[in-house]
Design a protein around this ligand. Structure first.
Ligand SMILES: CCCCCCC/C=C/C(=O)SCCNC(=O)CCNC(=O)[C@H](O)C(C)(C)COP(=O)(O)OP(=O)(O)OC[C@H]1O[C@@H](n2cnc3c(N)ncnc32)[C@H](O)[C@@H]1OP(=O)(O)O
Length: 191
């Protein structure tokens, strides 16, 4: 699931909740769809932060659901809907942003990472290619050569490397959610 709260300063905070790594189960995807709609419709909300509970942004597709039929909202339109929100949306990346988790973050307008976070597209290690926009959004963000390296090796990179490559906008040693909230407040209302 995903919870919704409105913080002072008109920021909506969407928190993914699916222990242990807040993977994108059907319930989490439905929660994201519902809470993004809520943030979009709430006139008091001027910006949005998406984070994961317990210091973990998102470990990607929920591998516990791989054996069964695909239920719940698909990932691609869900991420498109986030990208299309006309209020700034930031991903607060703590712990991990892997696979579909990084693709979710790439659909946000900004990414703020904790210095100890790990990011990557490990799909290739499961015999898959990133199927939720990562093969388009990552090259647009950091160029084809660097994106192909991450997509074809599946390696995890540090927040420092992600900053150098241009995947994240800011890295912090303190609380990434607080930092992301401060960041979206500072850009809310700008064209
Ligand atoms: C239904 C079809 C949908 C298709 C959608 C396609 C689009 C998206 C595709 C993807 O996202 S593929 C990528 C999926 N993610 C991964 O491959 C990440 C795999 N996990 C890891 O690399 C590591 O577990 C970690 C996240 C870096 C954490 O490592 P650490 O050493 O700290 O702990 P672990 O002992 O490895 O794991 C702890 C705990 O977490 C469970 N877990 C990890 N990842 C997932 C996950 N993606 N889904 C569900 N559960 C996950 C892991 O099984 C451990 O559980 P327990 O054994 O403690 O119960």
């Amino acid at each position: 699931m995903a919870t919704y709260s409105r913080l002072p300063g008109s920021v909506a905070l969407i928190t993914l909740q699916n222990p242990p790594v807040n993977a994108l189960s059907a319930a989490v995807r439905q929660g994201i769809v519902d809470t993004v709609q809520r943030a979009l419709k709430d006139p008091k909300v001027t910006s949005v932060v998406i984070c994961g509970q317990n210091g973990k942004f998102c470990g990607g597709a929920d591998i516990r659901e791989f054996a069964g039929p695909m239920l719940g909202p698909p990932l691609v339109p869900m991420i498109h809907a986030i990208e299309a929100v006309d209020k700034p949306v930031a991903a607060a990346i703590e712990g991990v942003a892997l696979g579909g988790g990084l693709e979710l973050a790439l659909g946000c307008h900004y990414r703020i990472a904790h210095s100890k976070a790990l990011l990557g597209l490990p799909e290739v290690t499961l015999g898959l290619l990133p199927g939720a926009g990562g093969t388009q959004r990552l090259p647009r963000l950091i160029g084809l050569t660097a994106a192909l390296d991450l997509i074809t090796t599946g390696r995890h990179i540090s927040a420092a490397e992600a900053l150098k490559l241009g995947i994240v906008d800011q890295v912090t040693d303190s609380n990434a959610v607080d930092q992301a909230v401060e960041f979206v407040r500072s850009v809310a209302g700008r064209s």
